[in-house]
Design a protein around this ligand. Structure first.
Ligand SMILES: Cc1ncc(COP(=O)(O)O)c(C=O)c1O
Length: 403
């Protein structure tokens, strides 16, 4: 939106010009990529060029790239697909180990397996920074490795930006012959990714977090890894993701990812500097504000804070009224503001978790955006504090009275 200070790149990053151009160019190519005539071959060439480009950007082989309609689908295919194959091989493999801070695309997919496939989901705790406890994972694996179907751990957290020790997670699981699914959706914009070096069995990537189209993405399936498909149809993508291929979305995703990877060496330090200026400036102007992950390995583009005495939704609303798009980073279920499960897993008390705001930076972000936040934040926090005082305390745990 013109005139908006857009600081919600972790929710979706505006389309890059190269992606728009690639989309328009490829959308003009007629032909079903599975058809045996010249038009079909032309469409197929667009898709295969995109696949090679995606593979080069991620450090994997083109035959390992399964194009999907987004990150959620890739996560579901990885988690459900690995579980079903492993369980079919050995009925004893019912345990699904997931970090306590996964995106719902992974955590809800695992929970669904508990219903549909009698899986037993175990959540591996995280520390105060939100980093998964690798020793706890190793202990859970060692307790009964033969019963574990898979481990899932995200590369970087979408709410607070913590980068996970994914190489250690892969090593711990592979020591027991257990496959690992990694959600790299938020990692790809900000971190150098070399999937061959990581060695995870399945890795999910999303197009719209890197400035490509929504509902584009990929699951990278390490060669030799078997997966059960979620969809059944015409056999496209080696039967793992049937459905007519989308040359335009594939080309645009590939172009956005290639530009992201090419610019990353300059962009990561640039965004980290903007993030640090934003965090320091906010805390200077609102001294009670607390930076959620102030140090250690974290994404360059995510700045998450809590503002004691304020409600996250009010902060988001008041920022929005000043033209600043940020996220309250909380889910509103049935009209009740639920504190973030990620923050609760990190040991943040529920009442403070409700005071969260996430600013997320990306390829369009500038010092002017940070200046706009710093010019507004003291007044915004004052306003949110007044709203909270007028509204009274947030709803606590259910009282004895029946509702
Ligand atoms: C960590 C993470 N995983 C998965 C997803 C889902 O990706 P998509 O929006 O492409 O379905 C998101 C996006 O919100 C995310 O942040």
């Amino acid at each position: 939106v013109p005139g908006t200070v857009y600081l919600d790149h972790a929710a979706t990053s505006p389309m890059r010009a190269v992606a728009l151009a690639a989309y328009a160019g490829a959308a003009a190519v007629a032909g079903n990529a599975s058809a045996g005539h010249a038009a079909g071959r032309a469409a197929r060439r667009v898709v295969e060029d995109a696949r090679e480009s995606v593979a080069a950007s991620l450090g994997c082989g083109p035959t390992e790239v399964v194009l999907t309609a987004g990150g959620t689908e890739a996560d579901n295919l990885g988690v459900v697909g690995l579980h079903r194959v492993r369980r079919a091989e050995d009925r004893a493999r019912r345990r699904v180990l997931v970090s306590a801070v996964e995106h719902p695309a992974v955590s809800a997919a695992a929970d669904a397996l508990a219903t549909t496939d009698r899986a037993v989901v175990e959540r591996i705790p995280v520390d105060r920074r939100g980093a998964v406890d690798v020793a706890a994972l190793a202990a859970a694996l060692a307790a009964d490795p033969a019963a574990v179907s898979l481990v899932a751990c995200m590369w970087a957290n979408n709410e607070v930006g913590t980068v996970q020790p994914v190489a250690d997670v892969v090593a711990a699981a592979h020591a027991h012959g257990v496959p690992v699914h990694v959600d790299a959706v938020q990692a790809v914009p900000g971190l150098a990714v070399d999937l061959a070096a990581l060695g995870a069995d399945t890795v999910a990537v999303s197009g719209h977090k890197v400035g490509g189209p929504v509902r584009s993405g990929a699951l990278v399936v390490r060669s030799g890894t078997s997966l059960a498909p979620l969809l059944h149809g015409g056999g496209q993508e080696r039967g793992l993701r049937p459905g007519t291929l989308d040359p335009a979305a594939s080309a645009a995703f590939a172009a956005a990812l290639a530009e992201t990877a090419a610019q990353r060496p300059g962009e990561a330090p640039r965004l980290a500097r903007l993030r640090d200026r934003l965090l320091a400036g906010v805390v200077e102007r609102v001294p009670e504000a607390v930076v959620t992950v102030p140090d250690g390995d974290r994404l360059p583009g995510i700045a998450h804070l809590t503002f004691p005495g304020c409600d996250g939704e009010s902060l988001q609303f008041l920022l929005d009224s000043r033209g600043i798009a940020a996220s309250a980073a909380s889910a509103c279920a049935a009209g009740v503001l639920r504190p973030s499960a990620v923050l609760l897993a990190m040991g943040v008390p529920a009442d403070r978790a409700r005071t969260s705001v996430r600013f997320s930076l990306g390829h369009t972000s500038t010092d002017d955006d940070v200046d706009a936040v710093l010019a507004a934040v003291a007044e915004v926090a004052d306003g949110a504090r007044r709203v909270a005082a007028a509204m009274g305390p947030p709803p606590g745990p259910p009282s004895g009275r029946a509702a």
